[in-house]
Design a protein around this ligand. Structure first.
Ligand code: GLN
Length: 549
């Protein structure tokens, strides 16, 4: 059986529990241990799939089609492994299981209660990934902040496991904040003392305290925290602000977080950490040789977490190209034919983002046209691809009313249509086309060249698709379907061969981009933006399409 590390958070939210958990897992992995991470979220939604991105940021989709918390994206990007439905559990899912069992009569007439039935189900799921000898260490991040009412059953489950498991098989890491009061020029330990006390009142004793701080923690402060919070001084870890999240594993290595964890878990069989590829990536990220500006056209741009995986993919792809990628957010609602030139001025590439619903789509279509006509590298993801299809239909094929039935259900030219299997679905949660599907690439296409393969698999999250009734018309006019699902014939990729880089994908390539394996489409999109940038700076305005290709 594996060993279990629980990561809790105190004082305030947004301290970066996911990054600390992922960094510790990365270090253990770099030392040769098999590590995975899971997230337990206290909210009642069964999964975050039905949540508005403004509420909870992006919904991350796993290979097996689970709609999960965006922290799973960090886990995959750091560890370069796949996670699954089992790696993200919410209160809603726990209750759903327990209530279903109760309806089946599985509790044999007992009163079903939070303790033991809910906590037993939480514990069962916490231990699940540790079975079958797949992992040496399973890390569990507990969402929310200690003291939240809805988090109590999770904390209680950790308490029981801390008591039930052999001492060396269970480790609790508590992430906390040491604020610096500028007026007093002092770091304050009291909030941390309170949060550890709150945890202790619930019966959980932390083994390691990771302290977020803006100022270095000297030994006196560390000793004070250790003494008042009842942990060893070496188990008080400083987590200073980092310039990039990808620096955090190295900072934690310097602070010996991994060594302390290994010692407590009595793991003696480990190697010196192999972080060569990670460090290579960081060097390229920190010392870029060029710079490009990419416009991210979306409607959730006020909240950066809404496009988390896309922004991280740009970081991976930028490093690969030794190029700094500056992302400029452009709100699609405010783009019109009149101002598009001004709004998109100075860009080297355009990414039209995924999304749902009507708001802001006309602006996206105007932006696609601008990119298509000027030879500006264009990358459309999911809804972004669908907008490229609509734009081409309207402005090249002359189908003035071309649209998606998502926005215009009774349209005469539904170039984007609801998928057949979606038509009978009435429930919202977990019912889209989700997870990994294979895709065959057309030989000689840009997509095939970029992937260096003819068969790929990518992850999906959508209900609508390219309407194949129009395929011939599109291909004859120069927009080709360069990627198609081998079983269903659904169009997965469209491209314009007579454009420097114009690709739209129905799937989400950003979900599989990791530090060690950046998504090929992002890497090549940035390479195309670099080329555009070089030309843009070397020719006089205005740029003409013919100049760019
Ligand atoms: N709303 C579109 C669909 O459901 C696109 C979804 C997306 O961008 N993820 O097909």
């Amino acid at each position: 059986m594996a060993k279990f590390i629980f990561v809790t958070g105190g004082v305030t939210s947004s301290l970066g529990k996911g990054i600390i958990a992922a960094s510790l897992a990365k270090l253990l992995q770099a030392r040769g241990l098999r590590a995975t991470i899971q997230k337990f979220d206290p909210y009642i939604n069964v999964d975050p799939g039905t949540l508005n991105p403004y509420e909870h940021g992006e919904c991350y989709v796993t290979e097996d089609g689970a709609e999960t918390d965006l922290d799973l994206g960090h886990y995959e990007r750091f560890l370069n492994i796949y996670t699954s439905q089992a790696n993200n559990v919410t209160t809603g899912r726990i209750y759903q299981t327990v209530i279903n069992k109760e309806r089946e009569g599985a509790y044999l007439g007992k009163t079903v209660q939070v303790i033991p039935h809910i906590t037993d189900e939480i514990k069962r799921r916490m231990l699940l990934l540790g079975k079958d000898d797949k992992y040496d260490v399973v890390l569990t991040e507990i969402g929310g902040t200690v003291g939240d009412i809805e988090g109590l059953p999770f904390i209680e489950a950790v308490r029981q496991l801390q008591w039930e498991l052999p001492e060396e098989d269970c480790l609790v890491v508590h992430l906390t904040l040491i604020p610096f009061l500028r007026a007093a020029k002092e770091l304050k330990t009291k909030p941390t003392q309170h949060s550890v006390r709150l945890l202790s009142e619930n019966g959980v004793h932390p083994d390691i305290l990771v302290c977020r701080t803006e100022e270095p923690l000297n030994n006196d402060i560390k000793r004070k925290i250790a003494q008042f919070c009842n942990v060893k001084p070496e188990a008080v870890i400083e987590a200073a602000d980092a310039s990039t999240i990808y620096e955090v594993p190295l900072m934690m290595l310097r602070e010996k977080l991994d060594v302390i964890a290994l010692k407590k878990m009595k793991i003696t069989d480990y190697n010196e950490p192999d972080l060569n590829r990670w460090k290579g990536f960081l060097d390229k990220l920190k010392y870029p040789k060029s710079k490009v500006t990419i416009g991210l056209i979306g409607k959730y741009i006020e909240l950066q977490d809404a496009y988390k995986s896309i922004l991280e993919s740009f970081i991976h792809a930028g490093a690969m190209n030794e190029c700094k990628v500056q992302v400029v957010n452009v709100h699609s609602e405010f783009i019109s034919n009149e101002n598009v030139g001004e709004k998109l001025d100075g860009l080297d590439g355009l990414l039209v983002a995924p999304g749902f619903g009507h708001r802001g789509i006309e602006g996206k279509i105007v932006a696609v046209r601008y990119a298509r006509e000027r030879g500006l590298p264009f990358f459309g993801i999911c809804l972004g691809m669908q907008m490229a299809v609509i734009e081409f239909g309207r402005n090249v094929l002359g189908l003035a009313d071309a649209h998606s039935t998502e926005m215009d259900p009774h349209n005469n030219n539904p170039v984007i249509n609801m998928m057949e299997e979606q038509k009978k679905i009435t429930k919202m949660g977990g019912t889209m086309r989700l997870g990994s599907y294979p895709c065959i690439l057309k030989e000689g296409s840009l997509s095939a060249e970029i992937y260096g393969a003819t068969e790929i698999a990518e992850r999906h999250r959508h209900r609508y698709e390219f309407n194949n009734d129009y395929l011939e018309q599109y291909e004859n006019a120069g927009m080709i379907a360069s990627g198609v699902n081998p079983e269903t014939g659904l169009v997965e990729i469209i491209e314009l061969p007579n454009h420097p880089f114009f690709i739209g994908v129905q799937y989400h390539p950003e979900l599989k981009s990791t530090v060690e394996n950046p998504a090929p489409l992002f890497v090549h999109f940035i390479a195309a933006a670099k080329k555009y940038n070089e030309k843009r700076l070397s020719v006089k305005n205005p740029l003409l399409h013919s100049e760019m290709i």
